[in-house]
Design a binder for this molecule. Structure first.
Ligand SMILES: [Zn+2]
Length: 251
């Protein structure tokens, strides 16, 4: 048994037995793991309150390779994202980041690029809550890149002509020009404005402040396209419950 100390994002917490919790963590050192937090729901527990989703923590746990669930020993809170906003609409985009990670990263799949991306995006969302929708699109595009499915936004994937407007081809999972995509449903068309936004995102360096603006409806269409794009390349549907909650709220 080894004692591991690592930064982690709390993805999900489920009550377990009388006073404990099972917590899914995305750790910097070991990827996605589950830990049991014994007695964490007792009033006097030192773990209480730290194990909520959207918390960025330093966790110390006992690791045994033969166990599915590791034993949490100690937690320090590094940052609680969205603690300064009551606007659920913003928080939903942060939750959607966690949901993508939970669905895309396999257990024990170690990837510090994904970890650093998630922390960076959540920190930026926390600082600029009004930019959450743009930052979420930024996150999806960067995720596609890290997973090895970089989206080419510059040229048509068939005829290689430069793209100003484009059509997302759901069959190939690529962008094509209007000519090559003339038999594709118009639902997948991206306007010049939407393509400009997508190009701005792909040029954006994640370490720098985001100074990209877009109409929320355009950002939303790009997000929907990127979800279809990721689902196509991952080969399973990336249905995000958090985003469907968003459309319920806005109705
Ligand atoms: Zn073409």
């Amino acid at each position: 048994m080894t004692l591991i100390k690592t930064e982690a994002l709390v993805l999900k917490t489920i009550p377990f037995q009388e006073t404990s919790s099972i917590v899914r963590l995305f750790t910097k050192e070991q990827g996605k793991i589950s830990v049991i937090a014994k007695g964490a729901r007792r009033m006097k527990s030192a773990l209480r309150g730290y194990l909520e989703p959207l918390n960025y923590i330093e966790a110390i746990y006992y690791f045994k390779i033969t166990r599915d669930i590791q034993t949490l020993s100690k937690v320090d809170l590094l940052q609680s994202f969205f603690s300064n906003t009551r606007d659920i609409e913003y928080t939903i985009y942060g939750t959607a980041v966690l949901e993508v990670i939970d669905k895309v990263v396999r257990d024990h799949q170690y990837d510090d690029k994904i970890f650093n991306l998630a922390v960076q995006i959540l920190k930026n969302m926390d600082l600029h809550t009004d930019q959450c929708i743009i930052l979420f699109a930024d996150f999806l595009l960067a995720m596609a890149d890290i997973l090895g499915y970089k989206l080419d936004t510059s040229v048509c994937s068939q005829c290689k002509n430069r793209l100003t407007t484009a059509i997302y081809n759901p069959g190939s999972g690529r962008l094509v020009c209007n000519d090559c995509g003339r038999y594709t449903s118009s639902a997948h068309k991206l306007s010049e404005y939407e393509m400009q936004f997508l190009n701005d995102l792909s040029r954006h360096n994640l370490d720098t402040e985001i100074n990209i603006s877009a109409e929320p409806s355009a950002a939303d269409r790009i997000i929907q396209m990127l979800i279809r794009y990721l689902s196509h390349h991952l080969d399973y549907p990336l249905n995000l419950k958090s985003l469907s909650l968003l459309s319920e709220i806005s109705q």
